[in-house]
Ligand binder design. Structure first.
Ligand SMILES: C[S@@+](CC[C@H](N)C(=O)[O-])C[C@H]1O[C@@H](n2cnc3c(N)ncnc32)[C@H](O)[C@@H]1O
Length: 305
């Protein structure tokens, strides 16, 4: 498709072909060792145990197919039902869309679900181990023929305009929140703690590639910062839609959406796949951290409402 991406079904071939490049050497080694393959029935120790207990929520095929995860991925993969909900949502909003870019593809949680809905899905991650995991997991889900992957740092790729040859219908990113410590303070500072850059720069970089942008951010994100970033880049009347997403009664994070196509979604057309979305009022009732905002550029949306 595009030369600089590796087709997920051909990682073995890519690793063999580019023999002398160090990252491909690593990739070849990972493939040879069948590294990071999870034995679903074998409990993980220490702090990963609680993630292992919920492993079927991350990948429903974890018992029946080969799933690959690094330690970091245990706490950063988007749970399958949430990723599936989002992919359905995007499909409902952009029914004729074809190309999705998943900026921090990790273990493929989102990439795989997008590939079930869209024919061309591009994944970027600076970890070659994670690129490998995404490719292997996509093979297990039978969607590797729709996925193209690229290893590299987002900052570099976007500044060198390495990705701009493709016209993406939507750019999605679940950036690193800085580990499970993101809940230590009541309000998550999106300029200071989001990696690899603050929300304003991140949004700007995503919008370079598509007018339709989605980010998966911490549930305690500072909505004021979100609003200011939106206005700074898109003007005083621009909006950002914010969806609070819960799974099994637990608030998992927020989807922040920019782009006209996301504002007129009809709830229920795709089903919500067991994922509950709730409004700011409900969030308060349930005693969750609330970020007060009177700012109209942030729109709280309740799909069940
Ligand atoms: C929260 S995880 C994404 C999880 C993914 N959505 C999934 O469901 O598997 C964040 C990912 O960003 C990658 N990452 C961190 N910094 C990066 C950077 N500067 N450029 C590209 N990728 C980066 C990490 O390697 C990690 O895989």
């Amino acid at each position: 498709m595009v030369k600089s991406f590796i087709h997920a079904s051909k990682i073995r071939h890519a690793a063999r072909k580019r023999k002398h490049h160090s990252k491909y050497k690593t990739l070849r080694k990972l493939i040879e060792e069948n590294a990071y393959k999870i034995e679903s029935s074998k409990p993980l120790n220490g702090k990963l145990f609680k993630y292992w207990k919920n492993r079927r929520r991350l990948f429903s095929k974890i018992d029946s197919s080969s799933i690959y995860m690094t330690d970091e991925l245990w706490f950063s993969v988007t749970p399958e039902r949430i990723a599936c909900f989002l992919a359905n949502f995007v499909k409902a909003c952009i029914p004729n869309g074809e190309k999705i870019l998943d900026v921090f593809c990790g273990g493929g949680g989102n990439t795989i679900q997008f590939a079930k809905q869209f024919p061309y899905v591009y994944g970027v991650d600076y970890s070659i181990e994670h690129i490998y995991c995404t490719a292997k997991n996509a093979q297990s889900y039978g969607v590797d023929d729709r996925i193209w992957l690229k290893q590299g740092s987002w900052k570099k790729l976007v500044s060198k305009e390495k990705l701009s040859k493709i016209k993406y219908d939507c750019v999605f990113g679940s950036p690193p929140w800085g580990g499970p410590e993101y809940l230590r303070s009541d309000v998550y500072d999106l300029e200071l703690h989001l990696k690899p850059m603050g929300i304003t720069k991140m949004l700007k970089s995503f919008l370079k590639l598509s007018p339709n942008v989605i980010m998966f951010l911490p549930r305690n994100s500072d909505l004021g910062q979100l609003s200011r970033a939106t206005r700074k880049i898109l003007g005083p009347f621009a909006k950002c839609k914010v969806l609070y997403v819960k799974e099994n009664g637990y608030m998992k994070g927020i989807f922040c959406m920019w782009g006209e196509c996301f504002f007129n979604y009809e709830p229920g057309t795709q089903g919500n796949n067991g994922v509950e979305l709730c409004s700011e009022d409900e969030k308060q009732e349930k005693g969750e951290t609330t970020v007060a905002t009177k700012d109209k550029s942030v729109d709280i949306y309740d799909i069940n409402g």
